[in-house]
Structures are given as C-alpha cells and as structure tokens.
Write a protein that binds this ligand. Structure first.
Ligand code: NAP
Length: 251
C-alpha cells in the first residue's frame, strides 16, 4: 500500500501518545512523515512513541500541550515547526470521553468535554490553516465518533461535542479549499484506554449490537486516517468516514 504525498511532510498528531493517536503517529512515521507526538499528561507514553519511530529510522518529537488552550496550541506548533519544519499534516485526535449512562452531565463536566473535544479541534486547525494555505498543500483529519451521528440516551455531552466536530469540518472545508483538505472519521467502539473501565455488561451489549461482532482496533482507524491524508483521497474534503463495524446502521 502506498502513502502518497506523506513522506517528507511534517505531521502534528494531537493526543498522539496513546490509543488511536499512537497508531496514527506510528503509521505516519512508517510512511516517512516527520511526526510531532502531542500529549498533555503522560510524557512517558509520548516518548515511547517517539522512540519507536526514531528506532525505525524515522524522525519524531514528543510535544506537550493542552489542545483546548490557545497559548499551549501556539507553543506546541512553534516547537514542532522549530524542530521538524512547517506542519502540512494535522490530525486532531485528542479527546475525552464521558462517564455515566443515562444521567445528563453536570455543567462543569459539559464545559470541560466541549472545551477539549471542540475547542481542541478548532484551535489547532486555526493555528495551522494560514501556513497550509500559503504553502498550498494541507491535509487535516479530525477524529469524531458515531456518537455524533446517531442518537442514544447516553453520552449526551460527548455526542454533542462530536456532532460539533463533524459540522465544523463540513463547514470549514469550503473555507480551507482548495489548498487544504479536511475530513472526519467517526469510529465506533475502539479498544483503547478510553473504554478500559466500561461495564462488562454494557461492553457485551455493544458487541452484540455491532454487525461485525467485535470492538475495533486503533490500527483500523489509523489506516483510514492514512487514506484520508494521502493523495489517494485527493478529491475528498469535508466528509465523514464511518468505521464502526456496522454499528452505526443498527437502530
Ligand atoms: P485515549 O486512549 O484515552 O487517548 C487520548 C489521547 O488524547 C492521549 O494521548 C491523551 O494524552 C490525549 N489528550 C487528552 N486530552 C488532551 C488534551 N486536552 N490536550 C492534548 N492531548 C490530550 O483515547 P482514544 O480512545 O485513543 O481516543 C482518541 C480519539 O478518538 C478521541 O477524540 C475520542 O473521542 C475518539 N473516539 C474514541 C473511541 C473509542 O472507543 N476509543 C470511539 C470513537 C471516537 P495523555 O496521555 O497525556 O493524557
């Protein structure tokens, strides 16, 4: 499989240290991109991804910063560009989930989730867009969720934040075109730390409600991300690709 248009470019992966972001960082490194692996708390995890890429002959740095804070986004971009060159690939992957089932999220938690999941996409996109447009070739993928596509009486705040990401990408794609392509991936349940503490009965019910009868792997989302970032998706912008084992089709 080729990863056309990716080798030699500088990529910033938010939340690139664990879970889905980790696999995206590793595939980008393998495809010859210079990778900035962003994290907010877990430096060791980010350094481990950096080391894995450099040990394989690639180029990578770990870069700390909260995606929901303007100054931290600016400094992580500055740090990346100083070390690896101008960012022409951005993956807005960092996000936080919502614990609890039927209860509505208290306002404080609502604000935190919206800030990380929505501002945390808006701010990095705003930070890179002018440079990408000026250089004439930018590629952005944002990780949303099927929660943003179909209603369930749970995760109200998380679902709202992911629907906002999908709408943001769809609307901003026209502003960023023709120099920059931006797309969204909406995963179903994926085996990462985010779902580590899920109630076993709920987990079983979710697998039961998934036509492919299993939870997805982070590598499967990373592969789809590589497709959207590559020249193979050169005529695609403003779209949402779903990878949910068919779960999104189940009422
Ligand atoms: P994860 O395993 O919990 O990893 C989250 C990553 O995001 C970590 O690298 C974490 O860094 C980083 N992060 C969290 N808050 C951040 C912040 N404010 N600023 C910068 N980085 C931050 O999550 P995941 O399951 O891979 O999820 C990745 C994305 O996929 C999220 O947007 C999530 O909503 C979405 N998604 C996940 C699933 C699923 O079932 N797992 C399904 C659909 C969509 P630290 O390690 O430093 O905290």
């Amino acid at each position: 499989m080729t990863n056309d248009g990716i080798a030699g470019k500088t990529a910033l992966v938010t939340g690139g240290s664990r879970g889905i972001g980790r696999e995206i960082s590793l595939l980008l490194g393998k495809a010859g991109a210079k990778v900035a692996v962003n994290y907010v708390n877990d430096e060791q995890a980010a350094l481990a991804v950096q080391t894995q890429i450099t040990n394989a002959g690639g180029e990578a740095i770990a870069v700390q910063g909260d995606v929901s804070e303007t100054k931290q986004v600016d400094s992580m971009l500055g740090e990346t560009e100083a070390a690896l060159g101008s960012v022409d690939i951005l993956v807005c992957n960092a996000g936080i989930g919502e614990r609890g089932l039927a209860d509505l999220t208290p306002y404080e938690a609502w604000q935190r989730i919206m800030k990380v999941n929505v501002d945390g996409v808006y701010l990095p996109v705003m930070a890179v867009k002018d440079g990408m447009k000026a250089r004439g070739d930018g590629r952005i993928v944002c990780i949303a969720s099927i929660a943003g596509l179909r209603p369930r009486p749970s995760n109200v705040t998380y679902a709202t934040s992911k629907a906002a990401v999908i709408a943001f990408v769809r609307n901003v794609s026209g502003v960023l075109a023709p120099e920059v392509r931006i797309n969204t991936i909406a995963p179903g349940l994926i085996e990462t730390d985010m779902i580590q503490n899920m109630d076993p009965a709920r987990r079983a019910a979710m697998i039961d409600g998934t036509p492919l009868e299993r939870i997805g792997q982070p590598e499967e989302i990373a592969e789809m991300t590589m497709f959207l970032l590559s020249d193979r998706a050169s005529y695609t912008t403003g779209q949402t690709l779903v990878a949910s084992g068919g779960r999104v089709t189940v009422p």
